[in-house]
Design a protein. Structure first.
Length: 140
C-alpha cells in the first residue's frame, strides 16, 4: 500500500470517516478487497455517492484519477462480486454490481456535477475506457 493511501486510511479511521486535504468534505469509503490472483487483502480509499432513495446503496467510481487503466480494486471487487466497506464508523459487507448504459451515465453525471474533477477524469479517458461505476449494496 502506498504511503498516501496509508495516510488517508489512518486519517479516515482517526476522524470517524472524515479526511482533509483534497478530500475535505467529500464522502469517503474504505474499500476492502481481496486480490483475485494473490488472495491478499487490500484497502483502497475512494469517494462515493450515496443513493438518494436507498440508504443501503452507495456508488463508487473506478476513475483512477483519469488514468488509462482501471484500478486494481475495481477488478478485484467485480471478480469477487462482494466486498467489505468502512463508511464513517461502520464496517459491513456489500454486494457489488457494475452499472451500465443510461443508469451508469446518470450516476456518473451526478458525481461529476457535485465534484467537477470527475468530469475531467472522463475527458482524460475518452476513447480509451469508460470509467466504471459500481453499486455497493449492504448485505443483510
Amino acid at each position: 500500500m502506498s504511503d498516501w493511501n496509508a495516510n488517508v486510511i489512518a486519517e479516515f479511521r482517526a476522524n470517524e470517516g472524515k479526511v482533509g486535504g483534497n478530500f475535505e468534505g467529500a464522502p469517503m469509503v474504505l474499500l476492502h478487497h481481496r486480490g483475485r490472483r494473490s488472495g491478499e487483502e487490500y484497502i483502497a480509499p475512494t469517494m462515493y455517492l450515496a443513493d438518494e432513495n436507498d440508504p443501503a446503496v452507495i456508488y463508487v467510481f473506478a476513475s483512477k484519477g483519469g488514468a488509462p487503466a482501471n484500478p486494481d480494486w475495481y477488478r478485484n471487487l467485480t471478480a469477487a462480486g462482494d466486498g467489505v466497506v468502512e463508511v464513517g464508523t461502520e464496517t459491513y459487507k456489500v454486494a457489488v454490481d457494475e452499472l451500465t448504459g443510461d443508469e451508469r451515465n446518470r450516476i456518473y453525471a451526478e458525481q461529476a456535477r457535485r465534484y467537477p474533477g470527475f468530469a475531467e477524469y472522463e475527458v482524460r479517458t475518452a476513447g480509451i475506457r469508460t470509467i466504471p461505476v459500481l453499486r455497493l449494496t449492504r448485505a443483510s
